[in-house]
Design a binder for this molecule. Structure first.
Ligand code: ADP
Length: 193
């Protein structure tokens, strides 16, 4: 089973590129951000998630891990999964390792999209125009998301680097060019899986 962690700061293009990888390789795409946004807005879980995400903070690990595992379990026949926006903390990465090990599989590769901070901020502001997401529209919330990324999420790349699974991809350029870079990185890795 191919398990791809697509990694990068907010605005790096994970959602866009996940859709391409999904089509090309016939994978399931799981975005924890999308899963949170798709919850019934009246539910306690949705309200809890929103209370964190609207401020640009991470939803607590226990809740997020439970949601992710439930989502993966919906696709027992998947030949592979793209994890987009998960793991975002080292505790989540450890939980994913355990969860996959119990299924007799493991993370195949982390593809990390590298984008400079100024470019990220510009992209998020532009996305706010079309996404309607409150967390995209407010510069102080964007700042908090980027700082949370640096503090809590960036260490996750080191977790996979130490396992020899990290591939860093230049995330600046046209969407097509970046897709090609991801395909190349993935194809060169797949021979080693
Ligand atoms: P972004 O475009 O910032 O990467 P996402 O759509 O992936 O945003 O996630 C939106 C929000 O959902 C995050 O800011 C966070 O509050 C919450 N969230 C998503 N994934 C996780 C996760 N793995 N752990 C904790 N919180 C998460």
């Amino acid at each position: 089973m191919l398990n791809i962690v697509l990694f990068g700061p907010p605005g790096a293009g994970k959602g866009t590129q996940s859709e391409r990888l999904k089509e090309k390789y016939g994978l399931v795409h799981i975005s924890t951000g999308d899963v949170f946004r798709a919850l019934d807005p009246q539910s306690d879980l949705a309200k809890l998630a929103k209370s964190y995400s609207e401020k640009g903070n991470l939803v607590p690990d226990d809740v997020t891990i439970q949601i992710l595992e439930a989502e993966v379990s919906k696709f027992p026949d998947a030949k592979g999964v793209i994890y987009d926006g998960f793991p975002r903390t080292t505790a989540q990465a450890e939980a994913l390792d355990k969860f996959l090990a119990a299924k007799g599989t493991s993370v195949s590769v982390m593809l990390s999209l590298v984008v400079p901070e100024e470019e990220l901020k510009a992209r998020l502001v532009a996305r706010a125009e079309v996404s309607g997401r409150k967390d995209d529209a407010d510069p102080s919330i964007i700042e908090n998301r980027i700082n949370t990324y640096k503090k809590s999420t960036a260490p996750v790349a080191e977790f996979y680097r130490s396992q020899g699974k990290l591939s860093e991809i230049n995330g600046v350029g046209s969407i097509d060019d970046i897709s090609e870079r991801l395909y190349t990185a993935l194809d060169s890795r797949k021979t080693k899986i």
